[in-house]
Design a binder for this molecule. Structure first.
Ligand SMILES: [Zn+2]
Length: 182
């Protein structure tokens, strides 16, 4: 299967969420996790492309266009990877976002969500419907946006710093379980 990985934000351009205490940026965490997912899925025989870019859908033409690349390849599955953040440092846990619950993407999302929660012991915030996210709106194939955990929460942040390989494994295993069950 042709699977497209989009680590969110853009190192050096758009750090995404930042944990000031540890000086850690979302863009760097998700780049590592995305590279890990790519390795695990390639090892399982799938075809992968990965792109982290400051241009999600044509808004910054000097950078490669994420949705366009996925659509023209064409990818059969699209996974965007992010970290969450909130003003209240108590907010924590993992969630996956899909354009609509009435979709194949929703089924993929549950596999990924459950695998991350099981492996990392993060709080299960569930699969949420978000119809305003560019990468979910602008892609033609089933697309899931994974919010690994909260950079703004101490316990979650420790996992995001020191257990990146397990997040990558969990996403890959979730996708592989989905594919073998369907
Ligand atoms: Zn983000």
């Amino acid at each position: 299967m042709k699977i497209f990985i989009n680590p969110g934000h853009c190192i050096g351009r758009d750090p995404g969420a930042v944990n000031e205490k540890y000086g850690i940026e979302e863009a760097a965490v998700v780049a590592n996790v995305g590279a890990g997912v790519k390795n695990y899925l390639e090892a399982a025989g799938h075809e992968l492309k990965i792109l982290q870019s400051d241009n999600l859908s044509g808004e910054n033409p000097i950078y490669p266009n994420v949705c366009l690349k996925a659509n023209t390849w064409p990818a059969e599955l699209f996974i965007s990877i992010h970290c969450n953040s909130f003003t209240n440092a108590r907010a924590h846990g993992t969630e996956c976002c899909v354009y609509s619950h009435w979709s194949e993407a929703d089924r993929v999302a549950y596999y990924i969500q459950n695998k991350i929660v099981e492996k990392l012991g993060t709080f299960n915030r569930g699969v949420k419907e978000r119809n305003n996210l560019i990468v979910l709106k602008g892609t033609n194939m089933p697309a899931v946006l994974v919010e690994l955990a909260f950079l703004s929460n101490e316990e979650d942040c420790q996992k995001l710093m020191y257990r990146q390989d397990e997040f990558a494994q969990a996403i890959a295993e979730g996708i592989l379980d989905y594919l073998s069950d369907n």
